[in-house]
Design a protein around this ligand. Structure first.
Ligand code: UD1
Length: 417
């Protein structure tokens, strides 16, 4: 379990280039299973979630090569349709391998997955959709057994626009016979990116981003070279850090449109934001101005993955505000840690009331999930004195060397073990 030591009190100044999005790359790696030809993915950050996904597909028989930020995958000799159980328990995204494995091999076995403990995270929407596509599913002793002998295109209406379920069904549909129409599909930019990747492999997918996705099955897919979209959550985390700690932060290789829900909120605070093609610059000084209310929603609403970071900003902002978390019910566990640092937050069910304070104090805190961990780094940089963040390995799931990224902006962060 690694620890980070953060020396507080720095403002953040400098430029950071954003790499490919973890949440786009994980389904893209899963989708490589759909072809026996070589796929090359560029601009990939070094993250433990991505390393785990590679180990999982290697367990199926994939040959993976990582050279700096380029991953080459060849699935010409898939030997297994069983997602390795020990690895699946590490990574929730292992579950959306069901779709591509079923597409390619017509059978799949996977354990109930793990991942960050940020809520109940059921799988009913995935399983209902797959059943509607003709897949016979049996659940027994924590394992899910799928027989895709009758896989076919179908009309599937999701009860909720789940990101993972939308991706799973898209990937199951590309090699199915007939047309699949997914309604109430998730609209996240990563869904559009998956569509673009699948089409680059020869699939016929349209409508991603609109909530209605159509997939016309094709008999075969082929390899491709692809650069995924930049990580909007890493970009957002750095912008929020700049607004919280003060300074001049510039991020490049960003897509401002993907960050609109955040930029809209930020524009109401005291920071000044400017955009120029793929550059977003933020300049902030003094205490930020808080918001009356922030509510997480599926895209294009405010992302749950930036909620904890905004909670830190509101903790030191002028005024009192409310955050409502509608997606993952246990994301407020960070409140206990922020309280140790002097934040004034009360929680009732899915709502947190945050009274901004002038100062936070360094403390020994513990990351409970990936985004909460990144939020604690921001809090540590903003606080007086030293903060030690335990379980920093959570942060490594989605941020490449967070200590180096923040270090490039002038923060003093050391990895202790
Ligand atoms: C993905 C992202 C995660 C992000 C989340 C919401 C990846 C790898 N992860 O997670 O970073 O926080 O989207 O934007 O892309 N649900 C059900 N039944 C299901 C599936 C989901 O009830 O079968 C519920 C979940 O418990 C949750 C909500 O739907 O309350 C959203 O989940 P979902 O969109 O599926 O998130 P993930 O794909 O797990």
């Amino acid at each position: 379990m690694s620890k980070l030591l953060v020396k507080g009190g720095s403002s953040l100044n400098g430029e950071v280039r954003i790499k490919g999005a973890k949440n786009a790359i994980l389904p893209i790696l899963a989708a490589t299973v759909l072809t026996e030809e070589e796929c090359v993915i560029r601009d990939v950050p070094h993250l433990t979630d991505i390393a785990n996904m590679l180990r999982i597909i290697e367990g199926l028989g994939a040959k993976c090569l990582v050279e700096q930020d380029v991953i080459t995958v060849k699935n010409d000799d898939l030997t297994s349709h069983n997602v390795p159980t020990d690895l699946a328990k590490e990574l929730r995204s292992s579950f959306f391998l069901l779709g591509p494995i079923l597409g390619r091999m017509r059978r799949a076995v996977v354990a109930y997955p793990g991942g960050c403990d940020i809520g109940v995270r059921p799988l009913d929407i995935h399983l209902k959709g797959l059943r509607e596509m003709g897949i016979a599913i049996e659940e027994s002793h924590g394992m899910i057994y799928c027989d895709g002998g009758r896989l076919k295109g179908a009309d599937v209406a999701l009860d909720f626009p789940s990101v993972g379920a939308t991706e799973n069904l898209m990937m199951a549909a590309v090699l199915a016979k007939g047309t699949t129409r997914i309604t109430n599909a998730a609209k996240e930019p990563e869904i559009v990116d998956l569509q673009n990747f699948l089409n680059a492999m020869g699939a016929k997918v349209s409508g991603a981003g609109s909530g209605r996705i159509t997939v016309e099955g094709v008999p075969k897919m082929h390899g491709c070279t692809y650069t995924p979209i930049p990580d909007r959550i890493v970009a957002g985390t750095l912008l929020i850090a700049g607004a919280t700690c003060g300074g001049n932060v510039c991020i490049t290789n960003a897509v401002p449109e993907h960050l609109e829900p955040l930029l809209f909120k930020m524009s109401k605070s005291t920071c000044v934001i400017s955009q120029q093609s793929d550059r977003i610059s933020l300049s902030a000084s003094g205490r930020p101005r808080g918001f009356d209310k922030l509510e997480t929603q599926p895209y294009p609403g405010f992302p749950t993955d930036l909620q904890s970071q905004m909670m830190v900003m509101m903790s030191v902002a002028e005024g009192t505000g409310v955050i409502v978390e509608n997606i993952f019910e246990t994301r407020f566990r960070i409140v206990r840690e922020l309280t140790k640092m002097g934040a004034m937050i009360t929680v009732k069910d899915r709502a947190a009331v945050i009274r901004g304070v002038k100062r936070l104090e360094g403390a020994a805190v513990s990351a409970g999930d990936l985004r909460g961990g990144a939020a604690l780094v921001i809090a540590g940089v903003r606080a007086d004195g030293y903060t030690v963040i335990d379980h920093a390995n959570y942060i490594d799931r989605g941020y490449e060397s967070i200590e180096k990224t923040f270090g490039a902006l002038g923060a003093e962060i050391k990895r202790l073990e």
